[in-house]
Design a protein around this ligand. Structure first.
Ligand SMILES: O=C[C@H](O)COP(=O)(O)O
Length: 253
């Protein structure tokens, strides 16, 4: 079987950070960085109030993502963001299931799957996040947790849907802690995720789906991680707010 190589993907999740001034400066840096978009998909996720500003000023070769989305088109859902708003703003990506949404806003894996499917049905592409906590890793439950997060997604999505999904493996213990997973730890988890997809969705989806790593990625550690066979890119938090993000984008080159 001939297989198409998966294009490297680097996302920058700005989380709840920034101001008009700092975001304009970040956009300016990205626009001037001459990023290798032929070899790497680059997508940044600003806070919702800045999506329009970023989309209208960022180089159109770079993607823009929401950090969260709701599973309805419109209506009495105060404070929520419709996928139709995103399409209207020319924003074609959203994150779903980030561990901060799961932890602080009690989003279950079933709800994450529902939101992911709804966003896909409205034409968005999705960076769907999964990952285990420290206690889950220490008790040997990592793969069980990953499977439990993948199951509702696989139940909700058609095989064709997966063409617009990037899976982000983000061990919670590595997020914002400076404690990055070792390349071997990350590779093991990514390999497990790919094997799970092969068994429960299809070998073709497993081969084609990009599985990216997130958790304390920096310019310093990204090169080694990027050489792992099943790591197809990164979801970067803290370092995506800094000039080093442009080096992380080039980690695989
Ligand atoms: O979405 C990004 C992740 O939560 C990683 O954040 P971090 O790079 O600050 O650890």
């Amino acid at each position: 079987m001939t297989t198409t190589p998966r294009k490297f993907f680097v996302g920058g999740n700005w989380k709840m950070n920034g101001s008009t001034k700092s975001i304009q400066s970040l956009v300016d840096t990205l626009n001037k960085a001459n990023l290798p978009v032929e070899q790497v998909d680059v997508v940044v996720a600003p806070p919702a109030p800045y999506l329009a500003l970023v989309r209208s000023t960022l180089d159109s070769k770079l993607g823009v993502s929401a950090q969260n989305v709701y599973a309805a088109k419109s209506g009495a859902f105060t404070g929520e963001t419709s996928p139709l708003f995103l399409q209207d703003l020319d924003v074609h990506w959203t994150l779903t299931g980030h561990s901060e949404r799961r932890q602080y806003f009690r989003e279950s894996s079933e709800y994450v799957a529902e939101k992911t499917k709804f966003a896909l049905d409205q034409g968005l592409s999705v960076i769907a996040c999964i990952g285990e906590s420290l206690i889950e890793r220490e008790t040997g439950a990592t793969n069980t947790v990953l499977a439990s997060q993948l199951e509702p997604l696989a139940a909700a999505l058609t095989p064709a849907d997966w063409a617009r999904v990037v899976l982000a493996y983000e061990p919670v213990w590595a997020i914002g802690t400076g404690k990055v997973a070792t390349p071997a730890q990350a590779q093991d988890a990514h390999k497990y995720i790919r094997a799970w997809l092969a068994k429960h969705v299809s070998p073709a989806v497993a081969q084609a789906t990009r599985v990216i790593y997130g958790g304390s990625v920096t310019a310093g550690n990204s090169g080694e991680l990027a050489r792992m066979a099943d790591i197809d890119g990164f979801l970067v938090g803290g370092a995506s707010l800094k000039p080093e993000f442009t080096q992380i984008v080039k980690a695989r080159l």
